[in-house]
Design a protein around this ligand. Sequence first.
Ligand SMILES: *Cc1c(COP(=O)(O)O)cnc(C)c1O
Length: 413
Amino acid sequence: MVNRAFLSDRTRQDFPILHQSVNGHPLVYLDNAASTQRPGCVIEEISRYYREDHANVHRGLHALSTRATQLYEAARTRVARFLNAAQPASIVFTRGTTESINLVAASWVTARLRPGEVILTTEMEHHANLIPWQIAAQRTGAQLKFLPVTGEDGAGVDWDRLERLLDELPVRFLAFTHISNSLGCVNPIARICQAAKKVGVITLVDAAQSAGHSPLDVQAIDCDFLAFSGHKCCGPTGIGVLYGKSHLLEQMEPYQVGGEMISSVTYERAEWKPAPHRFEAGTPHIAGAIGLAKALDYLDRLGRPAIESNDHLLGRLAYERLRELPGIRILGPRQDRAGIVSFQLGRIHAHDLVAYADQFGVALRGGHHCTQPLMRKLGLSASARASFYFYNTTEEIDRLLNTLRSAADYFGA
Ligand SMILES: *Cc1c(COP(=O)(O)O)cnc(C)c1O
């Protein structure tokens, strides 16, 4: 069946890593929620930068330093355009989502919350969007509260409860994920941010699973902070983004201190540069930022609306096909899901299942997916997860199903 809706026909040849055999079988890469792969143009741009333009940024007056600085700052402008941020100064380069969230936890939440005030989050968060708030709550005496995940298999958060909670509790800060990396559900971020804004609550969106998958317009969403990682959207590892509204970033103290982030220093004291440079102490990941800009060009050429509907098609197809397997338990909602499907097959431990699939070249993830409390709540120690990106094919879903059927035979599940 030729289906023009699928993007794999147009994109697969751009990804050199996908064209290899693993354990004697053509690779089926279904671990995209952990990290996506990169197209050749991103790999080449990083190499080109190191061959032609590399020097340290912001310091030198020589040609290479000027070029490197221009490319690095152009990457910031590119990210701003990708998110429709009002200005490039709202974009801070970090190591990834984890560091972006830690920055906000240290520089905004820990600096501002008072004992008894509430940090609100959900039960589906990645550890990166949970542990920083636990520490911030311990340090400030604030309380950490959770919007519950409903349904036996984790259908999602019942967001209708949000307004009431915002009314009843002294909430100052709300952090939540756009797309859950274990349930695959998609949260209505604009609606959530608007409800929070009405009562003056500051919001942070964890967009690690959505930035490379869905259109994002931070002005329309009206979030205060948003975080994502380059490596989950075709970019390099070690580079990530924190978007913050400029008036908030300007009020915040730096998260780390040292070179690059100061305007003047004496032996006794120092003054900070304005945001975003205030938050980028030390030599940044210049090649990472430049590679990320190239990745965003690639994604926008494909079109994020097209990527999003492709994700939803693959996710839906995988979900419906998996349901045919005897003894399967699939996590997350049936409707409105992204291209992430976590499941438990009979009594087979997820680690055994993933190791078995690897024998046939099928790359899955098995474990708690950095959402240990959520897995525990759903009565699981681990689950297997297949996660898709636009270069995955429907044939790969067939290969997944065949492998799971043969695993069920092998383990007698
Ligand atoms: C991957 C992920 C993170 C952490 O991203 P890093 O790149 O490891 O910093 C945070 N939240 C979600 C939802 C994720 O999927």
